[in-house]
Write a protein that binds this ligand. Structure first.
Ligand SMILES: NC(=O)c1ccc[n+]([C@@H]2O[C@H](COP(=O)([O-])OP(=O)(O)OC[C@H]3O[C@@H](n4cnc5c(N)ncnc54)[C@H](OP(=O)(O)O)[C@@H]3O)[C@@H](O)[C@H]2O)c1
Length: 302
């Protein structure tokens, strides 16, 4: 055998493999490119990959076999199963890192949401994360691979009009923290990343409550205020972009010892420390005044 091709083959087998859910946009998309640049093999998963393969055109040309694009709607048991079989067959059941990133925000007051919207939020952000992880744990145990969960600042504090999103991220936090201990004997490290506000497609992918903007909703004006506030942030220069999160994810995946939690962004750091240092009654009061002012008293100003 040609010694050069042997060296190439050895380098190829030494490449680590990461699977990212929700890699079509935002954090997942940026992380895909950065992992490839760092020499990782990336299984970039997204919904309906066949129709959207052009999203990765540049990477496909540049990295060839180093990137594998697969369909994965995290709410589809069938697709989760297919991914697990794909990893068994193509990668001999070896996976060095799983990044549970797929998610969206269902916004709207509880009364304005349909049952379907409520269930869907948990189905994608929580059950999708749980079932994807469950299917890939054997491969991760085999490789002593890492699991990274993307939570949110709203996984550490509640906020009006996003109760379901908060619930889904709090659920992810409890699940991931338990798994941290459960998988420790198997040397599978688990980490939870808590991003604050970042500029991605997240804002434009928000789903609003079925009745959020209806004249009959008592929350109509506060939801409109929330929407205006969100829109005003979409070009705010102080908000970090997805590249910084992608760097955090690559750093974590390459770290010898991952911490259980990583907070990304000044807003999440501030929230965390305020909640930690102030008595609960005080921080609840501060947050309550801030939320009332931002979303509710705006109406009275009119
Ligand atoms: N950006 C922020 O400020 C922020 C802050 C805190 C936490 N987060 C969290 O960070 C993660 C990534 O968000 P992002 O900011 O990168 O937003 P994004 O640009 O909207 O990306 C979300 C990704 O999730 C995918 N997704 C949604 N539903 C899915 C499903 N059923 N199956 C598979 N994939 C699905 C989307 O795919 P499609 O293209 O198919 O819709 C997209 O690729 C989310 O979990 C979000 O909750 C974001």
């Amino acid at each position: 055998m040609n010694p050069n091709s042997l060296i190439e083959q050895m380098a190829e087998t030494k490449k680590r493999t990461v699977l990212i859910t929700g890699s079509s946009t935002g954090f997942g998309r940026r992380a895909t490119t950065l992992f490839l640049e760092q020499g990782w093999r990336v299984i970039a998963t997204l919904r309906n990959s066949e129709d959207r393969i052009q999203i990765f055109q540049e990477e496909l040309q540049k990295y060839g076999e180093q990137i594998q694009i697969c369909s994965l709607d995290v709410t589809s048991s069938e697709e989760i199963q297919k991914i697990s079989v794909f990893i068994q067959n193509k990668f001999k059941n070896q996976l060095d890192c799983l990044i549970n990133n797929a998610g969206y925000a269902q916004v709207g007051a509880l009364e304005d949401l349909s049952e379907e919207q409520i269930r869907k939020q948990m189905e994608v952000n929580f059950f999708g994360t749980v079932l994807t992880t469950q299917a890939l744990v054997p491969a991760l145990i085999k490789t002593k691979g890492k699991i990274i969960f993307i939570s949110s600042v709203l996984g550490i504090t509640g906020m009006p009009l996003v109760s379901l999103y908060c619930a889904s991220k709090y659920a992810v936090e409890g699940f991931a923290e338990s798994l941290y201990h459960e998988l420790k004997p198997f040397k599978v490290p688990v980490s939870i990343v808590e991003p604050g506000r970042f500029l991605t497609e997240f804002g434009s992918n928000i789903l609003w409550g079925m009745r959020s903007f209806s004249q009959t909703s008592p929350y109509k004006e506060s939801t409109e205020n929330y929407k205006k506030f969100k829109e005003s942030l979409s070009h705010a220069p102080h908000i970090p972009n997805a590249i910084q999160m992608a760097k955090t994810l690559v750093d974590l995946a390459e770290m010898k010892k991952m911490p259980l939690r990583v907070r990304c962004g000044k807003d999440v750091q501030a929230t965390f420390w305020l909640k930690r240092l102030l008595p609960e009654w005080m921080i609840t009061r501060i947050f309550s005044i801030a939320f009332q002012k931002k979303y509710y008293t705006l109406n009275e100003d009119k």
